[in-house]
Design a protein around this ligand. Structure first.
Ligand code: ZN
Length: 208
């Protein structure tokens, strides 16, 4: 699995100026947590850590600055008569659980059955990222993605399946690495019609 953290900000910092936009109380909060963990925030190896953590948080939680449904505003009507399922499989995402602020790492499968409007496929991935980059529970993440597609595209059906592992389970508490949680939200024909639901789940390769 890919390393959760990005290391592109690990080069030597140009001192205080890189931290100038980060409020002092945020840096102090990280120092407090380092102390709570049992270490000394003043030791050399941890000196620039509060600034790095603060910038990493901006990235982890950049979804708060977005309107994910807005990514679906631009649609295409010229679909050449295509009226079958559109599916984007294995969209990777990284989120954080709102109970422990621990990573949730997984993938999302998104499908819809268009009426007359389709959207660029990268936009579906952007919707996923927009909700993932917030404090989440997996059930709400799943529902928010489905609801955004329903409101944004008014398709005949929406199916969203999320498979993820939760660091708050694998790295602490009951210590169960390898366990993944699956959540789904079916709307429209995928909720009402069993054949459509089976078809979309087969395309997603879920449930055999
Ligand atoms: Zn948790």
């Amino acid at each position: 699995m890919a390393d959760y953290h990005t290391h592109d900000d690990d080069e030597p910092l140009s001192g205080e100026d890189r931290d100038a936009s980060i409020p002092a109380d945020v840096l102090d909060a990280v120092r407090t947590l380092i102390r709570w963990a049992g270490d000394d925030p003043e030791r050399e190896g941890l000196h620039d850590t509060p600034g790095r953590v603060a910038r990493a948080y901006r990235e982890y939680f950049k979804g708060y600055a977005e309107d994910p449904e807005g990514h679906l505003a631009r649609t295409f009507e010229e679909v050449g008569g295509y009226d079958e399922i559109v599916l984007l499989r294995d969209i990777p995402f990284q989120s954080h659980c709102e109970h422990h602020m621990a990573p949730i790492i997984g993938k999302c499968h998104v499908a819809y059955l268009p009426t007359t409007r389709v959207v660029g496929i990268s936009k579906l991935a952007r919707v996923v990222q927009g909700y993932a980059k917030r404090l989440q529970v997996q059930e709400r993440l799943t529902a928010e993605i489905a609801d955004a597609i329903q409101h944004g595209l008014h398709p005949r059906g929406v199916a969203v399946v999320v498979e993820a592992s939760h660091a708050c389970m694998s790295a602490r508490g009951v210590l169960t690495p390898g366990v993944s949680m699956i959540t789904s939200r079916m709307m429209g024909v995928f909720r009402e019609d069993e054949r459509s639901r089976k078809e979309v789940l087969a395309l997603m390769k879920i449930g055999g």
